[in-house]
Design a protein around this ligand. Structure first.
Ligand SMILES: NC(=O)C1=CN([C@@H]2O[C@H](COP(=O)(O)OP(=O)(O)OC[C@H]3O[C@@H](n4cnc5c(N)ncnc54)[C@H](O)[C@@H]3O)[C@@H](O)[C@H]2O)C=CC1
Ligand SMILES: CCCCCC(=O)/C=C/[C@H]1[C@H](O)CC(=O)[C@@H]1CCCCCCC(=O)O
Length: 261
């Protein structure tokens, strides 16, 4: 996909991985809608991006992705403002084993809703021009931990949903590619939550073990995740792909057996 003039919507775009991806897209002359719950951080990020790329290149929309109406409205406002939609990145995520139902709502249910909204605005089924959707999972979907059972479950779910729908998109000629990105530990504010009782609940007692895993596996920079994301966005051959990003192997893909049925 040639990026100049294209429009991307990123949930959780105010900070961390989402923010790094927004910068990479703006550098490629895309226009970007940052959809995020956190108004303060979102407005701060928008101000910084305005100074570097120009005010007209981005939009910040305060939105809780678990509020279906607000998420629908965020897509509508993005298309009203920029006139099109080409890239959807369902990235907003939380780590909360105490309020685990919220974790399912943010990390899985909202990713499903964001994907279906992306299809509404981009699929050839609806007379649109096509595009690409990237759903953010995690290496927790491959290397589960005792500290995050529900977080791990949501990240497994993101992969299953995205790969099944990617096949449907191909069979149905939607013109939309659906792929998954699975980072290992990344240096963002989310990583701080692993030692907080408010987030981990009874699993907080494993916090030292968690930190040992970070020491063992290393912590990646958000800019590397943005590099992987840009590869998925631009490589038109990728559909149903699961990209992993780790310290030991860098950017690479998970190999699945071909369907035998
Ligand atoms: N940081 C890490 O080590 C890893 C992160 N991931 C995943 O990457 C994604 C992004 O995470 P980070 O950038 O690390 O986290 P982060 O905490 O730095 O950023 C997440 C953003 O999502 C927003 N958000 C949270 N709940 C929301 C809601 N209900 N509605 C709208 N926005 C909401 C936050 O306000 C925040 O700006 C998540 O899905 C996370 O699970 C995956 C693997 C590793
Ligand atoms: C919520 C904050 C942490 C989120 C990071 C994440 O998604 C966690 C993944 C870890 C899992 O829960 C336990 C782990 O060990 C996972 C990280 C695994 C990284 C493996 C890298 C292997 C390699 O370098 O080859």
């Amino acid at each position: 996909m040639a990026l100049c003039g294209k429009v991307a919507l990123i949930t959780g775009g105010a900070q961390g991985i989402g923010r790094a991806v927004a910068e990479a897209l703006l550098m490629s002359d895309c226009r970007v809608s940052l959809v995020d719950l956190n108004r303060n951080v979102g407005e701060e990020s928008k101000t910084k991006l305005d100074a570097e790329f120009g005010e007209e290149k981005s939009l910040f929309i305060q939105c809780d992705v678990t509020d279906s109406g607000a998420l629908q409205d965020a897509f509508k406002r993005t298309v009203e403002r920029f006139g099109r939609l080409d890239v959807v990145i369902n990235n907003a995520g939380i780590n909360n084993e105490k309020n685990w139902e919220k974790t399912i709502q943010v990390n899985l249910t909202s990713v499903i809703k964001g994907t279906y909204l992306g299809l509404d605005y981009m699929s050839k089924e609806h007379g649109k021009e096509g595009g690409v959707i990237i759903n953010v999972s995690s290496m927790a979907a491959f290397l589960h931990s005792p500290h995050q059972p529900v977080y791990t479950a949501t990240k497994h779910g993101v992969i299953g949903f995205s790969r099944a729908l990617a096949d449907a998109a191909e069979l149905g000629n939607y013109g939309v590619r659906i792929n998954v990105l699975c980072p290992a530990f990344v240096d963002t504010p989310l990583l701080q939550t692993v030692s907080q009782e408010d987030n981990m609940g009874k699993f907080v007692k494993f916090k030292d073990d968690f930190k040992q895993r970070m020491d063992k596996f290393g912590v990646l920079k958000p800019s590397l995740i943005a590099e992987g994301m840009m590869r998925i966005i631009t490589d038109e051959s990728l559909n149903g792909a699961v990209m992993k990003i780790t310290s030991s192997k860098g950017i690479h893909f998970h190999n699945y057996e071909p369907l035998s049925a």
